[in-house]
Design a binder for this molecule. Structure first.
Ligand code: BDE
Length: 150
């Protein structure tokens, strides 16, 4: 495992190369930095045009907390693929579990979410990741995620 830091923005084309997700389930727009084997930062610009706002809720657009967990998982996926590039195109990273999820503030149209995901440990092939979501410097959500290549 290299310990390269990749500070350049990883654009949406690179995100779509690494992840199998497609509309309407791509939950990150850009990767801001990757410190291989350690952490990743990614952003999502939340728009009133998000398809989920049609139903969540018709008169009060709030981003579903579970989709912030998905954004954390996708950012974690970018980190895992950069950390083990031999898995790109050969394996998928499966979301295996979640602990300690908290949703602290509502997120809506116009908010820019910054996801930060760090590797807490890798044990028997299970990655345990610590994740936060911030908007305007305030933590809006947090969780610990488990994932495995398979
Ligand atoms: C606060 C903290 C974390 N996640 C969500 C909140 C929150 O304010 N949710 N609000 C939901 C909500 C839904 C509908 Br329907 C409504 O009419 C209103 Br007034 C709400 O605040």
């Amino acid at each position: 495992m290299s310990d390269a830091i990749i500070p350049e923005n990883i654009d949406i084309n690179e995100i779509l190369r690494l992840l199998p997700h497609r509309y309407p389930f791509v939950m990150i727009d850009r990767v801001l930095s990757v410190d291989v084997g350690k952490h990743v930062e990614a952003l999502k610009n939340v728009s009133i045009n998000e398809p989920f706002f049609q139903g969540h809720f018709p008169e009060k657009p709030i981003m579903p907390g579970v989709l912030m967990l998905e954004g954390m998982a996708q950012a974690g996926g970018i980190l895992a693929f950069y950390s083990q590039p031999e898995n790109i195109g050969t394996k998928l990273l499966y979301f295996a579990g979640i602990d300690k999820a908290r949703f602290r503030k509502p997120v809506g149209p116009g908010d820019q979410i910054i996801y930060r995901v760090e590797v807490l440990k890798i044990k028997r092939g299970i990655w345990k990741l610590g994740a936060t979501a911030n908007v305007d410097g305030q933590k809006v959500a947090e969780a610990e995620l488990m994932a495995a290549f398979g």
